[in-house]
Design a protein around this ligand. Structure first.
Ligand code: ZN
Ligand code: ZN
Ligand code: FE
Length: 762
């Protein structure tokens, strides 16, 4: 006797070819019925005899299309409808279902083959895609992910495309982004006055790049500024026009071999580079690399990526194997996605524009990652990953929550049921433009995921733009200390039960005592935290300038360690301090004028970087510490001495460290050795603090977070020390350890507070 059952599958099930996959197998296994998207789930109605239904549902339980991620799978009996075939139905909207939006997926190998095959109708067509690949999130206006809810809706399929779309045997069966040169979007090449250039746009673009021109290229999640990566003059020109003195540029390579010519690639880096997400991966540069030295001045890593859409594949040819590819924006402003805005704002940077007529609806920067300790770790979570829900420990409070994040490397997060939607990297909320985008992102996430937050959570900082946005939102707001949020992000994503020792090594964040924190040791769980210790506080001279001008921190530390005599030290940094009237600064900061106290680890690294003459002025955030890490000789095992004082709190005091390292420097010891010894010292101090706290508390779990842990030398040394001594180590893996992870930490704390409240109310 024939029966019917309903199968519901949730998770990442849209935009990955799930419906065609089900269709194919249903037909193969003699099942009648239909499959549809509901906005959050794939719903299958299956009819057949008992054995057929059992085999079918067992097969679907064990198999799923590439790129999908199944979270729940359920089968239940339903009424038999006497269906006689199997169909893919239009989507059914279901407002209550959890919604998911697929991330953008890099172009697959088969589509690349089509683009390179002169007999294919997709030959040299940059928008070629299939059910397994192509843009998703960046072109979606609503869910479910169907063509009419994307910016592809302006392009009517031609007969040939429709035939493939409808053919169950075709790779593009139900591919929502299907299009071809006849019916799909197209490119044109414009000069900086917006005048259209004749001829085939890509061929001409390649020629212009080879001649040393800078091009603004509209891609998947926004514009890139592109030039020849081996042409010093072009790269330098791009730096000058973009007013970006030293911040490293990413490089897009033609293929895997050309990456290998310039960088060392370990096995896991290889996998990550080639993954469907195709992030920028930070790789160790080879000495023999012939990339322009102006790409990453003062650093020894290259942010490398492979082409992730047909658009990029077509920018390369036999003679061109590497392109500098940096975000198309004005410094400090968000990535540009709008054509008119690009033509207006980038005309002083780009010589030519390579533009297409498919609208980008959500901006999504390239994700940036690195491999360390066998893990793929984020610097920036964006294209390819957002808005995939982040899974944390049981967070179902029944309430919708929004986390407003922090002001640097800003992200937001929304929570409904058990899903957390962490936004892509939004940027620094310094400019009016970024602030606009921040608000827009909040609005679009609320609409897209149909989440209406009843409670919000933000940083406790008195003046953060993000916090003020939260306070003005009209909903109930919980304020969370910055470094507690950092540690909470690690607790949440690693699903740690009970308390941890949290080491938050960071730039700066507002402390509960109204000083500036940033080198903190917390005893923490999602229920609450206690500050057990920190780096000894020093004045942070000149507010924001303290972070932008490392020589200021050097002056403060040198004065603290050597007293007024520091001026007699024979190091170039002292000359720099005197040149900048640092004496006045010191007097003011000792007197407490225009200065706050800070325990920031980031500023300590800045100070040492300046003392060793590595970097006096940051032209980008984190420059001084990045360049200090880059010069370190990783083979050095020694360290300097430091002290841990106990006056109710545990205080790490680096005065002796600084004294010795300045002496080493004056004695002509190489900076590479001093830098390494300094890194070793900081790692050892973190371990010693954890050991002491563990002795007091019995806690053996250590959580590391905060932007300073983007320093891989410090991260690895610290992890090794802690691990060798019996600690369980936890770090951020789903979100960055920098402020991009703050929203997740805030959200986790808020959910826990809601749970506690619920219990009290019961
Ligand atoms: Zn494809
Ligand atoms: Zn077509
Ligand atoms: Fe931070």
């Amino acid at each position: 006797m024939k029966k019917a059952c309903e199968i519901r599958i949730s998770g990442i099930v849209q935009g990955v070819g799930y419906r065609p996959f089900i269709y194919k197998n249903a037909v193969r296994m003699n099942i009648c019925g239909y499959v549809a998207n509901t906005g959050g789930e794939v719903l299958v109605h299956a009819e057949g005899n008992e054995d057929e239904l059992r085999l079918f549902s067992e097969y679907l339980k064990k198999n799923s299309p590439e790129g999908s991620k199944v979270e729940t799978f359920s089968v239940s009996p339903v009424k038999f409808k006497h269906l006689t075939d199997f169909k893919i139905l239009q989507s059914i909207s279901d407002n209550n279902a959890s919604r998911t939006v697929p991330p953008d997926i890099s172009v697959c190998d088969n589509c690349v083959k089509d683009i390179s095959d002169s007999t294919s109708r997709y030959f040299s067509y940059p928008f070629t895609s299939c059910t397994k690949c192509g843009p998703r999130f960046s072109i979606v206006s609503n869910i479910p992910y169907d063509r009419e809810n994307t910016s592809m809706n302006h392009f009517e399929m031609c007969d040939e495309c429709r035939k493939e779309y409808k053919n169950p045997e075709d790779r593009r069966h139900h591919a929502q982004t299907i299009c071809c040169p006849k019916c799909g979007p197209s490119f044109e090449l414009l000069d900086s006055h917006g005048i259209k250039q004749s001829g085939e746009p890509f061929g001409k673009a390649r020629m212009l790049i080879k001649q040393g021109n800078i091009l603004a290229v509209k891609g998947v999640g926004g514009y890139h500024l592109i030039c020849h990566a081996k042409n010093d003059k072009a790269v330098e020109e791009l730096r000058m026009r973009k007013k970006r003195e030293r911040k490293p540029f990413a490089v897009m390579f033609r293929d895997f071999d050309s990456v290998g010519n310039c960088c060392f690639i370990e096995e896991n880096e290889k996998k990550l580079l080639r993954s469907r997400e195709k992030p920028i991966v930070l790789l160790q540069q080879k000495d023999s690399s012939c990339l322009s030295t102006r790409i990453n001045p003062g650093l020894n890593r290259i942010g490398a990526m492979l082409p992730y859409s047909g658009i990029h594949f077509m920018l390369f040819d036999n003679e061109l194997d590497s392109l500098t590819a940096t975000s198309g924006n004005i410094s400090g402003e968000p990535l540009i996605i709008d054509d008119a805005e690009a033509l207006e704002k980038l005309k002083l940077i780009a010589d030519y524009f390579l533009i297409h007529n498919r609208e980008i609806l959500s901006r999504c920067d390239d994700s940036v990652m690195f491999c360390e300790e066998g893990e793929n770790l984020f610097i920036r979570r964006a294209r390819g990953f957002a808005p995939v829900p982040i899974k944390i420990t049981g967070n179902n409070t029944g309430k919708c929550v929004i986390a407003f994040g922090a002001d640097l490397k800003s992200t937001i997060a929304l929570c409904k049921n058990n899903n957390i939607y962490g936004s892509q990297f939004i940027g620094e909320l310094e400019s009016r433009e970024s602030a606009e985008i921040y608000k827009k992102t909040i609005k679009s996430y609320i609409e897209l995921f149909n989440i209406h937050p009843e409670i919000g959570v933000c940083d406790a900082h008195p003046d953060y733009y993000s916090s003020n946005t939260a306070r003005k939102s009209g909903i109930e707001i919980l304020e969370v200390q910055h470094h507690y949020a950092h540690i909470a992000s690690v607790i949440a994503e690693n699903r740690i039960e009970g308390e941890v020792i949290g080491a938050a090594f960071d730039g700066i964040g507002w402390g509960t005592d109204e000083t500036v924190w940033g080198g903190e040791f917390l005893k923490a769980s999602l229920k609450g935290f206690e500050r057990i210790g920190h780096i000894e506080q020093v004045p942070l001279p000149g507010g924001d300038l303290g972070a932008k001008e490392p020589w200021r921190m050097a002056a403060v530390y040198l004065h603290k360690v050597f007293g007024p005599d520091y001026k007699n030290l024979k190091i170039p940094c002292v000359d720099e301090i005197i040149k900048n009237n640092g004496d006045i600064l010191i007097k003011a900061s000792v007197a407490g004028i225009n200065t706050v106290l800070s325990s920031s680890a980031g500023r300590l690294f800045d100070a040492v970087s300046a003392m060793l003459g590595v970097c006096y002025f940051n032209t980008y955030e984190g420059q001084a510490s990045s360049e200090l890490e880059a010069v370190a000789d990783t083979r050095v095992r020694e360290n300097y001495i430091f002290e841990i004082k106990n006056d109710g709190e545990l205080i790490i005091c680096f005065s002796n460290t600084i004294k010795s390292l300045v002496e080493d420097f004056m004695n002509g010891i190489d900076v590479s050795i001093i830098s390494a010894k300094f890194h070793n010292t900081v790692a050892l101090s973190i371990y010693e603090m954890c050991r002491k706290i563990s002795e007091e508390t019995g806690i053996k779990k250590a959580a590391l977070s905060g932007g300073v842990f983007q320093n891989r030398l410090l991260l690895v040394k610290t992890i090794n020390l802690l691990e060798q001594n019996g600690f369980d180590i936890y770090i951020n893996k789903q979100v960055p350890c920098n402020d991009g992870g703050i929203s997740l930490g805030q959200l986790a704390i808020c959910n826990e507070q809601l749970k506690i409240k619920n219990k009290h109310n019961c």
